[in-house]
Design a protein around this ligand. Sequence first.
Ligand code: AMP
Length: 422
Amino acid sequence: MSFAELGLVPELSRAVADKGYVTPTPIQRGAIPAVLAGRDVLAGAQTGTGKTAAFVLPILQRLGAATGNAPRALVLTPTRELAAQVAESVRTYGHYLNLRSTVIFGGVSEKPQIEALRRGCDVLVATPGRLLDLAQQGVLELGAVRTLVLDEADRMLDMGFIHAIRQILKRLPPVRQNLMFSATYSDDIRTLAARLLRDPLAVEVAPRNATADRVEQHVYRVPKEDKRHLLAHLISSGNWHQVLVFTRTKHGANRLTQQLEGAGIRAAAIHGNKSQGARTRALSDFKGNSITALVATEVAARGLDIKELPHVVNFELPNVPEDYVHRIGRTARAGGAGCAVSLVSPDEAPLLRDIEKVLGRTLPVAATPDYPIAAGGAPAQPTPGAGARRPHAAPAARHGARRPQSYRAAPRRSVSRPRRGV
Ligand code: AMP
């Protein structure tokens, strides 16, 4: 089936052809005709399924000609990164149409956003907080919105945006088309959907586990304090050139970034405490291959669209099992292959069991390779395993010449050994 067969006008089919898409993904096949017909849609789909095009394409078509006044389509996203990416998709897919789009999110100056709104906009992509701010200041008129999209609605609720969303809904015309995308269905999501959607078409395409099934996944069992050494070794010995690493906390992301740097691996952290500039720079360095490891917290990594990401590492397992599926969905995107590795310490065994319950299968445990232990975390003391970049450092450690104890045996055994002061 082609995009034209879904009912898309030639301008849009041409734009997707320019992107190299040949066939619509399942979510696109399910959602596009319904959205074109004006229906409300509740879609179960996560990043990586082609969900953005599934709502952007038909919305652009329904908007028709630009009016250049107040926004007629509003897309709410949980994070600025996702907002920026959706806005980029709007521009790309709308290349042959004459529509205006604007993106607004917090963490940056309001002024250029207010000016952009004044110039007129047909499609507005926004995070809820800043949107509400601007609406309350009276610089944004939402009375013309006729299509509302809640993208990653589950994430927005997790991030505490429900109040802002309710306030925004009050400012929208009561009669409008509503589209809701969510990777998971909690009771809160069901309640919101019941309140928001009129006779919605439910499209459940991205069976969460289908993405998971395409990703080669395995687990290394490793003591907590050794994780960083094993990770440095995996990256160096495997010659990984692009790896997204998930940590549980912002502080953990910063610390691991320093430790990887100390091991000679170019790394950057991306999380909510970083300025927008630092986040954008880290992402573009990562995409441009000038850094090898991007260390991210769950929330910051949402919506990052990194093409053909070959490796994802769970440095710590997520507390919410569904987040595991989200994380590994960063690899094997839109049909590609990928590899997801989880470093699991003994205290994380219950989290692993929960994840396996959601996946409906156990994850294979790979034999842990011997990995060198760096003497410390300081940048001055590189992990010998970073031998690819420090060829002189590796042989000494490998042969144990200077630090015979620098290799650990299989971590299962080392669990019972006293902790090192690292
Ligand atoms: P999304 O789920 O919207 O984040 O999209 C995931 C990735 O799939 C993006 O990089 C899109 O550019 C890409 N994509 C979307 N639709 C298609 C398609 N029909 N064929 C191939 N790639 C696609």
